[in-house]
Design a protein around this ligand. Structure first.
Ligand SMILES: Cc1cc2nc3c(=O)[nH]c(=O)nc-3n(C[C@H](O)[C@H](O)[C@H](O)COP(=O)(O)OP(=O)(O)OC[C@H]3O[C@@H](n4cnc5c(N)ncnc54)[C@H](O)[C@@H]3O)c2cc1C
Length: 569
């Protein structure tokens, strides 16, 4: 089994209305293949321009590279080393934009670089840049509204005062502010829902997960409903291939093979380790490891994220974090915090993904260009020549700008004019998000009721941004109960997710609608209770509930290194 091709007995029509609509009206102006952040971003932009657009994702949204990133929305100053100035400029602009447009999920990130040797190595260029900036105009500071301190250099003594467990061999530290995305999976959903909302329910912005492109037939592109196994054809005037590291495989399925991609695998582990967490003092530790790679130790919530590797990927194999990579991570922690001992028991979750990088024969994968390009091709489909646009590359940070470029290319082909720019449009639950901690507390206080205490309202605001208002209204409209196995979810909230968030499998809720798996909070009891809670609204029978539990256990064990023992029945 791969995590992509699990076929079940089928789910009720109610959860698959979009798939039905794709079957009933099997054409659109644009078909986007791939529901990672770049496909979804392009979907939103095209829908906002009033273009009839359909998107299909073979698994769940954000299950590819978009769900495997280091969570950084970064200015990308390290790309200065590769001379990628265009990308750096765009990344800084986009990072600053996302801090304003999606403040519910994108937050400033304090980053500290410990330096052990001299101004050489991969981080030399960024450091020279920072040093230079230190004496120049701190242009970037304005982006944070002047509320975030600028970069700072500290000598050994001060650095060790601030981070006492740091390797005493440190020469100095550099600290600056970047940004991070706390909930990439939910941000992807927000972008998707913005697109659906833009079409105002008129059926011109249709997106379906668990639908894959499998090939091409006489009547169009062949689609397969991955929940039922049913096949159907679909046609469009333009095809957008945003299948990330799978772009070449998708083009092959479309009958026009390409050799654009040369992805590299990167893994991460998530640790429950209070001493390591404290040692970071709230800062992401970003540094050059002894092998010259840039790696990170990043306290997130009450866990610590450690990554990442950069290994040429074999697309025939599933990307998983290997034992060897875990040893590498332990090594890099030892390098920075030599007196902290980590054992495998502290790992609560691991994940891996393939970066959709352009094909390149560079000896060191870390030096492959991180910039993106759009390849234009065409393919005869159902008797017509159809332009096929393939995205090669494209980081999380730059998804909005990339989507704008892709949309502009599509609009040119269709002969349409852009109606609206996404540069200043708030994203989903980022709209009217309370800007300060005081405003956040006031927002929460206004929504506390007999049924919802402050902690629960805060949890909803964190999960949905200001879209939490819709959830709260939904919760209040019927009888509700918090699950026994987690204080974070209630029966009606799960029902809300089923209605609005296209849940195909139990695992979607654990990994992508919530962060329960990431934080290592999945228990056998939770699996059972959640599967039973989903069963009603999704129409699952007992056999399907059992199947979903086994499937979730399998995915957690094989792809995330999490053993969850069978529920006691
Ligand atoms: C380890 C790692 C760390 C990273 N860290 C960062 C970071 O800190 N900051 C940053 O900005 N970027 C980072 N990136 C890069 C970033 O995550 C990716 O470049 C970005 O998410 C790519 O998005 P995408 O939509 O193009 O591709 P993907 O997210 O991979 O989406 C492609 C989708 O296409 C689907 N698909 C494939 N074949 C088919 C088919 N036949 N039919 C239908 N659907 C199909 C897949 O299921 C997948 O969901 C990182 C990437 C990795 C792997």
């Amino acid at each position: 089994m791969s995590k992509h091709d699990y076929i079940s007995d089928g789910s009720p029509a109610s959860s698959r209305t979009t798939v039905e609509s794709l079957r009933e009206r099997p054409r659109a102006k644009v078909l986007i293949i791939g529901g990672g952040i770049n496909g979804v971003g392009t979907f939103r932009d095209l829908a906002l321009q009033g273009v009839d657009v359909a998107l299909v994702e073979r698994g769940d949204y954000c299950q590819g590279a978009s769900g495997a990133s280091s969570h950084m929305i970064h200015g990308g100053i390290r790309y200065l080393e590769n001379g990628e100035f265009r990308l750096v400029k765009e990344s800084v602009t986009e990072r600053n934009g996302l801090l304003r447009l999606a403040p519910h999920y994108v937050k400033p990130l304090k980053t500290t670089i410990p330096i052990f040797s001299t101004f050489s190595g991969v981080l030399a260029a960024p450091l020279r840049f920072l040093t230079h900036k230190q004496h120049g105009t701190p242009k970037e500071r304005g982006a944070f509204g002047g509320t975030v301190p600028r970069h700072e250099f500290k000598g050994r003594t001060k650095a060790l005062q601030e981070l006492p467990r740091l390797n005493p061999g440190v020469k100095y530290t550099a600290t600056y502010f970047d940004a991070s995305v706390h909930n990439p999976e939910r941000l992807t959903l927000d972008v998707l829902q913005d697109g659906q909302k833009a079409a105002g329910g008129n059926g011109t912005a249709r997106a379906a997960n668990y639908v894959s492109v499998t090939g091409i037939g006489d009547e169009g592109v062949q689609l397969r409903d991955e929940l039922t196994g049913e096949m159907f054809s679909f046609t469009a005037d333009v095809i957008v291939n945003t299948t990330g590291a799978w772009v070449d495989l998708t083009n092959e399925a479309l009958g026009s093979p390409s050799q654009f991609m040369g992805g590299t695998k990167g893994s991460h582990i998530v640790l429950d380790h209070p001493a390591l967490f404290d040692a970071c003092q709230g800062s992401e530790i970003f540094f050059e490891h002894t092998d010259g790679r840039i790696v990170l130790i990043y306290p997130m919530g009450d866990r610590v994220l450690v990554g990442t590797t950069d290994i040429r990927a074999d697309m025939d194999e599933d990307a998983v974090c290997t034992d060897e990579e875990i040893t590498y991570f332990f090594d890099l922690i030892k390098h920075v915090f030599p007196d902290i001992t980590i054992t495998r028991e502290s790992i609560v979750y691991s994940f891996a993904g393939v970066r959709p990088l352009p094909r390149d024969d560079a000896e060191h994968p870390g030096f492959v260009s991180r910039d993106y390009r759009i390849e234009h091709g065409d393919r005869e489909i159902a008797g017509t020549n159809v332009p096929v646009l393939s995205l090669v590359g494209g980081k999380w940070t730059t998804f909005r700008a990339l989507s704008e470029h892709m949309t502009n290319d599509v609009l040119t082909i269709l002969g349409h004019k852009r109606k609206i720019s996404t540069a200043k449009l708030p994203i989903g639950g980022g709209a009217d998000f309370p800007p300060t901690e005081t405003d956040i507390q006031a927002w929460i206080a206004r929504r506390v009721s007999d049924d919802l205490d402050a902690a629960r309202v805060e949890g909803l605001l964190t999960r949905y941004g200001t879209r939490a208002t819709d959830v709260i209204t939904y919760l209040a409209a019927g009888e509700d109960r918090i699950l026994h196995s987690t204080r974070e979810l209630s029966l009606r909230e799960i029902e809300f997710m089923v209605r609005h968030e296209q849940i195909g499998h139990l695992i979607d809720v654990l990994i992508r609608r919530t962060s329960l798996a990431f934080r290592g909070l999945v228990t056998a009891e939770l699996l059972t209770e959640l599967a039973q809670a989903l069963a009603g609204p999704l129409g699952w029978d007992t056999a399907r509930v059992a199947q979903e539990i086994t499937h979730a256990q399998d995915v957690l064990r094989r792809f995330h290194g999490v053993p969850v023992h069978s529920p006691i029945s």
